[in-house]
Design a protein around this ligand. Structure first.
Ligand SMILES: Cc1ncc(COP(=O)(O)O)c(C=O)c1O
Length: 502
């Protein structure tokens, strides 16, 4: 026992941020020094140390614990190519989650840079407020061509959260304009993430992420997700469980009064919590329920869209016809910020008349450069048949990751396409999970550092139960699956030893 504990602490303390070499202290007070500007003016390149210092002194990173950076260096990423990126020290990493579930065609595609430059030279920017431009027009037609056939209209945004925000606002206004003004409430699924603005965060089903920002927008309600691994034992099979979960949507609509419920948001494969899939029967039942009570069904495909699940949109794979579909990330493979909300003509219809207007928009939404890059990105999808690559390799990816199930810490491997989660457990037989303290030690103190040290960038997450997530670029194949499996095996074996799992 004592030996094992000391081995565990040794592993963790070896990886502890404070031990990182050549760490520079962060500034204590603002002095407005401008070493980078001075270097730029002198025609000199900033050194890594200068960048590190300026990063610590000036940046506020997103979703980041800043305390470790008081005495350790921030990772600074300098270049990327294919499914790899490099940090400022020249160290190479496998980009196991396409940076942020985004770089679907892989890094370093020169033609996307060229498409951006070409567009900038022709029309650098014009808003899509009362005007249109060719890249937005062409892109709207293009993404609708991949979408479920009932969708026929596109509202551009700059990302997924804004598109969810837009969908909720549109649902509220639509019902106000069509004689059902009380319909404004929204149902979403437990543990689902839909963005960070007040509206999108209100849709999010992760209480810990919300509590610092309460009170949020009222009128959102949670229904169960489709976490089959954690389902009660009394369901005969996944179909039966999924039907139970779908029926909770009807129950919640009735609890809240159908006359007040406007929309239900779902991700076809739910990211947060760890890649929860559902059988097609779930989506069929949810569609029936939404139709019965005139509730709009919104598919949030911020991650699932653009080939991630092996079809251009995941809705296609599951036979889902949503009233609105949110997409972002893979639309440009993150080479430019862009999101979109697609909708049925029914939702646009009221805006064709009189003085009606949707008083909502964003300066940079549908930016011509972003749309031009998106079009080129989609050309790459077509030319390289990336969606076909995912569909053809999905079974092999799953099989390779499932090899990890021989490790005592691996409870479940689940997902679809190139989107997988590995759930980590204390006890495989009972499915006992780690408590909060253990999860902190497992994921933050050990696993994420260890995988990164070993050159693998992927997501370790405990917004639900602890999982490691993979969402690699859609370009990879068996060789890379094996590499991922080997690196994960190494880290997860040690993680199991930390908790003395044999
Ligand atoms: C399902 C889902 N919805 C919405 C968002 C928010 O997207 P964005 O960060 O582009 O606003 C994300 C981000 O990861 C997401 O995964």
């Amino acid at each position: 026992m004592a030996t094992k504990e000391s081995k565990a602490s040794k592993l963790i303390s070896a990886l502890k941020p404070g031990k990182a070499p050549a760490s520079v202290p962060a500034k204590a007070t603002a002095d407005h020094a401008t070493p980078l500007l001075d270097a730029r003016k002198a025609g000199k390149e900033a050194t890594p140390a200068m960048l590190q210092q300026a990063a610590k002194d000036n940046l506020f990173l997103h979703f980041t614990r800043h305390s470790p950076y008081q005495n350790m260096n921030m990772p600074i990423i300098t270049k990327a190519e294919g499914h790899h990126f490099w940090d400022i020290n020249g160290k190479k990493y496998f980009d196991g989650i396409s940076s942020l579930f985004s770089v679907n065609v892989g890094h370093g595609r020169e033609r996307l840079a060229e498409a951006a430059a070409k567009q900038m030279k022709k029309l650098d920017y014009f808003p899509i407020w009362s005007h249109a431009h060719a890249p937005a027009i062409e892109l709207a037609e293009r993404i609708l061509s991949y979408a479920p056939k009932n969708l026929s209209r596109v509202f551009f945004t700059t990302g997924g959260g804004e598109a969810n925000e837009t969908a909720w606002k549109l649902a509220k206004q639509y019902f106000k304009m069509t004689g059902k003004p009380m319909k404004h409430k929204v149902l979403t699924r437990a543990v689902a993430y839909h963005g960070t603005s007040h509206g999108a965060l209100s849709l999010t089903g992760i209480p810990s992420m919300k509590k610092m920002f309460e009170p949020l927008v009222p009128s959102t309600f949670r229904v169960p997700n489709t976490n089959w691994y954690r389902a009660q034992d009394d369901f005969a099979n996944e179909e039966e469980f999924a039907m139970w979960a779908a029926n909770r949507v009807e129950e919640m609509i009735l609890f809240e009064d159908p006359d007040t419920v406007a929309a239900f948001f779902i991700e076809p494969v739910q990211n947060s919590g760890g890649c929860f899939t559902s059988p097609p029967s779930y989506f069929k039942r949810v569609r029936e329920i939404c139709d019965k009570y005139d509730v709009l069904l919104v598919a949030d495909e911020t991650i699932d869209g653009f080939g991630r699940i092996g079809t251009m949109f995941a809705s296609e794979r599951y036979g889902l016809e949503p009233d609105m579909l949110v997409c972002a990330k893979g639309i440009t493979s993150a080479y430019q910020p862009l999101g979109a909300l697609m909708m049925t003509e029914k939702l646009f219809e009221p805006f064709k008349h009189g003085t009606n207007i949707f008083s909502h928009g964003y300066t940079f939404a549908g930016h011509p450069v972003a749309c031009a890059v998106a079009l080129e990105n989609l050309d790459i999808f077509d030319e390289e048949d990336l969606v076909g690559n995912v569909a053809r390799n999905e079974a092999a990816f799953k099989k390779t990751l499932e090899k990890l199930k021989d490790l005592p810490i691996v409870g479940d491997v689940r997902g679809a396409g190139y989107f997988y989660a590995i759930e980590l457990v204390r006890d495989k037989d009972t499915r006992e999970s780690f408590n909060d303290e253990e999860s902190e030690k497992l994921l933050r103190q050990f696993l994420s550092h260890h995988m990164y040290e070993n050159g693998l960038y992927c997501r370790s997450d405990d917004r639900g139960d602890p999982v490691v997530q993979l969402a690699p670029p859609l370009t990879i194949g068996q060789k890379e699956f094996d590499e991922l499996e080997q690196t994960l095996r190494h880290s997860l074996t040690l993680a199991g030893e930390l908790f003395e799992l044999m």
